[in-house]
Write a protein that binds this ligand. Structure first.
Ligand SMILES: [Zn+2]
Length: 486
């Protein structure tokens, strides 16, 4: 598999350093608010990477942290008149709820910063001892950036350029404007812990260096996160770890792209901030998951209403085909002998090869999804052909294709559930989103059925028109009419 490495600016063949065991660390959320669609993208992308590595026979130890002490958490706690632990717990619980709905697997280890204060202090002590960090009069500890000549290697920043843009804020006690805090001396009203430098709390970056080293051997095979973390967060993590241990923090640095809202950058100040919960009030969680994988993970992803509607249609079509496949296998009595035309077999084989190639090419889920849908189109064409659909060769293909879809869906976290169940949920989502009154529709459908039975076809047609105008279509089946919302 080729994976793009931010550190080297190119795709490189990926294999773990230790046999077939991958150590992967991804920076998790700061727990001070509900997660937005950008968090969802990062979580889903790395979830697919873990699933794909496991599907390829690797053992993966996946660590994703929670930042549960930070300026934003402290500010939120102060605003609500509560403590930081309450705030952090609330939003960590909300994260788990959101991720469960999106089908994101739990990480193997989900460490919290406040549970690793000792590890962070030990790391600071190491850095002070070897000259890469220093203590200031207010009991803070800073990383001495100029002591680490490779600073800037990950983000491509040049130390001189950085220095010209930096300045020491009033009240700061550091030697150099580029130096960053590993440990912050306590301020009144803030949570603090005992340390060799008095009461204080950790800076943000040190926690990931401490927790990654605690749970995984260095260098990590993969260190991931959103592009916004490359600088300064990941640059600082890399500098701390290497300065303290002499080992590089990670071999592969993998970063996912931003989510934009209607082609604009998402931000609270622009008022176009979309949480996972906002979206799931309007859409099925699997629609959101599918949407997040429709673009290559490094490309920007544009969240728009149209894109979500199109994604929902695609998901529904996929489940309809899956349902038709399952029903054809269950209900066809006596398959006709005969194989499929060779060109169909060639087409299917080509699709399968391309699916693997796409995923091996830097986790190109967009292309892999295209190939999955291509497979479904071939199958639905076969099922529409009265002669071909009864062939024993079709039966074998249906079994094989369901197996494939199951394996691919297992990697992408899609199309895993019983088709009829998801189709009913998707219908409920459409009904709710359009504010359709189910009882009123049922009454119209029943009135139409009565008119049909009374052979009053003019009235039956008029009622069908009335329903159609509301976006409701009626299908007459042997067991009576059913209706759906387009
Ligand atoms: Zn981190």
């Amino acid at each position: 598999m080729q994976l793009y490495n931010t550190l080297t600016h190119k795709k490189e063949p990926f294999s773990p350093l230790r046999d077939s065991h991958v150590g992967m660390y991804v920076c998790g959320i700061t727990a001070y608010d509900y997660c937005h669609i950008g968090h969802a993208r990062s979580a889903v992308v790395f979830d697919v990477l873990v699933r794909y590595l496991r599907a390829n026979g690797y053992k993966v130890t996946f660590v994703r942290n929670f930042t549960d002490v930070d300026d934003k958490i402290i500010a939120r706690a102060a605003k609500e008149g509560t403590d930081e632990a309450t705030i952090a717990k609330r939003y960590i619980d909300a994260f788990h709820e959101d991720m469960e709905r999106l089908g994101v697997l739990r990480a193997d280890v989900e460490p919290k910063a406040t549970e690793h204060i000792g590890d962070m202090i030990a790391l600071c002590q190491k850095l002070i001892a070897n000259g890469h960090a220093y203590v200031t009069a207010d009991g803070s500890v800073y990383f001495r950036v100029r002591s680490f000549p490779r600073y800037g290697q990950l983000s491509g920043h040049n130390l001189n350029d950085l220095r010209s843009g930096a300045r020491v804020e009033p009240g700061e006690t550091k030697e150099d404007p580029l130096d960053f805090a590993l440990w912050k001396g306590a301020k009144p009203g803030e949570p603090s812990w005992e340390s060799p430098w008095g009461l204080g709390r950790p800076g943000w970056h040190i926690e990931c260096s401490a927790m990654s080293e605690r749970y995984l051997p260095l260098p990590l095979d993969i260190h991931g996160g959103g592009q916004d973390l490359i600088f300064p967060h990941h640059e600082n993590e890399a500098a701390q770890t290497e300065a303290a241990t002499g080992k590089p923090l990670a071999r592969f640095w993998v970063h996912n792209g931003f989510v934009q809202i209607d082609t604009e950058k998402m931000s609270k100040s622009l008022g176009n901030f979309v949480t996972i919960r906002d979206i799931l009030a309007q859409h099925h969680p699997e629609t959101l998951r599918l949407f997040l994988l429709t673009k290559h993970y490094r490309s920007p992803l544009d969240y728009t209403r149209t894109a979500m509607d199109e994604t929902e249609t695609a998901l529904r079509r996929a489940y309809l085909t899956k349902a038709a496949m399952e029903e054809a296998l269950a209900n066809t009595k006596g398959w006709d002998p005969g194989n499929l035309p060779p060109e169909v077999v060639v087409e299917i084989t080509a699709i399968e090869t391309k699916w693997d190639e796409a995923m091996d090419d830097d986790l190109n889920t967009a292309a892999a999804l295209g190939h999955s849908f291509a497979l479904l189109r071939v199958i639905s064409r076969l099922l529409e052909d009265k002669k071909l659909r009864r062939l024993a060769g079709t039966r074998d293909l249906l079994r094989h294709a369901l197996e494939r879809l199951d394996a691919w869906g297992g990697v992408l976290g899609l199309l895993q559930r019983p088709a009829r169940e998801v189709l009913a949920e998707l219908r409920a989502v459409r009904i709710q989103r359009r504010g359709i009154n189910t009882e009123a529709i049922e009454a119209l459908v029943a009135a139409r059925q009565q008119a049909r039975q009374a052979k009053d076809f003019a009235r039956a047609d008029a009622l069908r028109e009335e329903l159609a105008a509301m976006g409701v279509s009626v299908q007459d089946t042997p067991s009576g009419p059913t209706w759906d919302v387009e």
